[in-house]
Design a protein around this ligand. Structure first.
Ligand code: SAH
Length: 475
């Protein structure tokens, strides 16, 4: 088992929501020390009234609480006291340093259906508090579902550093301008695009800097220009590791109205597409559910003409065995504007993650990318004389079905049976597998180890230069 392949498919029991704690609500903190002070400080950022049950309060807690916003019940947290205060609370923090007391508080709160958090003890809790980054109304909450609070805090530090101080100002500006924009532009789709253009351009900078007048002028100009027409973005999503998406791909994935995708894309990548975008699966390889290429072309044209920003998301690079060329021909013919965004192709991704260089000054001065798509009988029709050459690396896409024929022909055309060859399954993904062998044994090993598509074959002396780094598994 690869230690990176920790199961991620179990359902989560923690569900993030943002709770309203306005005037008229009440929250309870049980405990009078620094843990309680910490929770009280979080609550003080809201409008709720805070009750603290503790025999005495530490100085920190005193400093945190404003007199008119809190009640001190100077008593031990006994069953009786708790029973009389917990009903009617919007939430309860059990924040003493005594786990038994915290668990008693939790049990009583649970019995009254009041949300409760026993600090540092998720087991009896019905909610847990995330780490929070705040910029005015903008809140980022980070939770590890109680698994690793220190990790959550570390992530918070990073996000703190990332988010500009003026973000709150920007959010307030957008809030203040919403009504006016809604009146002039009743369509929510159009409004969303105006805002996206605003955020992508100088408007956001102006609002962040607090220059509201300039930001308003920018917004008016964008609103007058309208939303613009539909277009198609042909985007390479890389070989499967979402960290290998380009920044441009990510941005377009976040802005698309709809996405057409196919079988190569793992859920981790698709998860990064805007949540509300319509998702259209256009097919599994060799399955009868696949939408034939002309139908995909027609769908792209139809949607763009209806004003949508259509993301055509493809595994790897759209122009390497991706039929991207055919799609843009159809778009050009139909007069639909399009953009092409390159992606990391399987060859680059797999080579890097398997530690096999594609060229090497000692043994490979060139690198050939081939499609090894076999006929139904597993045979291949390729220019064997060009391929069976020393001094070059050959990378074969879609070659698994024809691997036996491939290796045999290369030997027939002059390469030794001991010539190095490798196969990489699900390259760059957590369950990547690699076999390094030679032309004589690779087909047998691939069958024995039940290698499946997507898999990439690399043939050449570069395979001998493989460097296995930590986290890469060798079968
Ligand atoms: N446009 C894509 C290739 C599409 S053809 C690109 O640039 O990568 C599909 C083939 O790509 C698969 O059959 C397999 O040979 C290869 N491939 C794509 N992703 C892969 C991955 N993560 N690991 C191994 N091979 C992959």
């Amino acid at each position: 088992m690869n230690d990176r392949a920790i199961s991620t498919d179990s359902k989560d029991i923690w569900f993030p929501v943002t709770l309203r704690l306005d005037k008229g609500t009440r929250a309870l903190v049980v405990g009078g020390g620094s843990i309680a002070a910490n929770k009280a400080a979080l609550l003080m950022a809201t409008d709720t009234h805070i009750t603290v049950i503790a025999p005495t309060l530490c100085n920190e807690l005193h400093r945190t609480l404003e007199a008119d916003r809190f009640t001190h019940v100077a008593a031990m947290a006994t069953q009786e006291i708790l029973e009389s205060h917990i009903p009617g609370m919007r939430l309860v923090y059990a924040a003493t340093d005594d786990r038994t007391v915290n668990r008693l508080v939790a049990a009583i709160a649970q019995a009254h259906n009041v949300p409760v958090c026993a600090v540092d003890d998720p087991e009896p809790s019905s909610f847990i508090t995330p780490a929070i980054v705040r910029r005015g109304p903008v809140m980022v909450s980070i939770s590890t579902s109680g698994a690793a609070p220190v990790l959550a805090r570390r992530l918070r530090e990073r996000i703190e550093a990332l988010l500009p101080a003026g973000l709150g100002r920007l959010a307030r500006f957008m809030q203040a301008s919403r009504e006016k924009l809604a009146q002039s532009h009743p369509s929510p789709d159009t409004r969303r695009r105006v805002w996206e253009n605003f955020l992508d351009g100088q408007g956001a900078e102006q609002a962040l800097a607090g220059n509201e007048q300039a930001a308003s002028a920018t917004l008016e100009r964008l609103a007058a220009a309208g939303s613009g027409g539909g277009e198609v973005w042909l985007v390479g999503a890389g070989p499967g590791d979402p960290d290998l998406l380009t920044l441009k791909a990510l941005r377009l994935m976040q802005n698309a109205d709809s996405v057409l995708y196919d079988h190569l894309l793992p859920p981790d990548v698709l998860d990064r597409v805007r949540r509300d975008a319509e998702r259209i699966f256009v097919g599994k390889q060799r399955s009868q559910h696949a939408l034939p290429q002309p139908a995909i072309n027609d769908e792209l044209v139809r949607r763009a003409k209806a004003g949508e920003r259509v993301l055509r998301l493809k595994g790897g690079d759209p122009f390497i065995f991706g039929r991207g060329g055919e799609e843009i021909e159809a778009l050009m013919e139909a007069g639909v504007p399009f953009r092409v965004v390159p992606g990391i192709s399987a060859a680059n991704g797999c080579a890097a993650s398997a530690g096999i260089p594609l060229t090497h000054r000692d043994c490979a001065q060139s690198c050939l990318f081939l499609t090894g798509h076999a006929r139904a009988d597993g045979t291949l029709d390729l220019p064997w004389h060009t391929i069976a050459q020393r001094g070059q690396t050959v990378v074969i896409y879609m070659g698994l079905g024809g691997i036996a024929c491939l290796c045999e022909r290369l030997v027939d055309h002059g390469l030794p049976p001991t010539w190095p060859a490798a196969i990489i399954e699900k390259g760059t993904q957590p369950d990547q597998r690699v076999i390094t062998a030679d032309l004589a044994s690779l087909p047998r090993l691939a069958v024995e180890q039940n290698f499946r598509s997507p898999a990439l074959i690399i043939v050449g002396e570069v395979v001998k230069h493989r460097v296995v780094s930590t986290g890469t598994k060798e079968s």
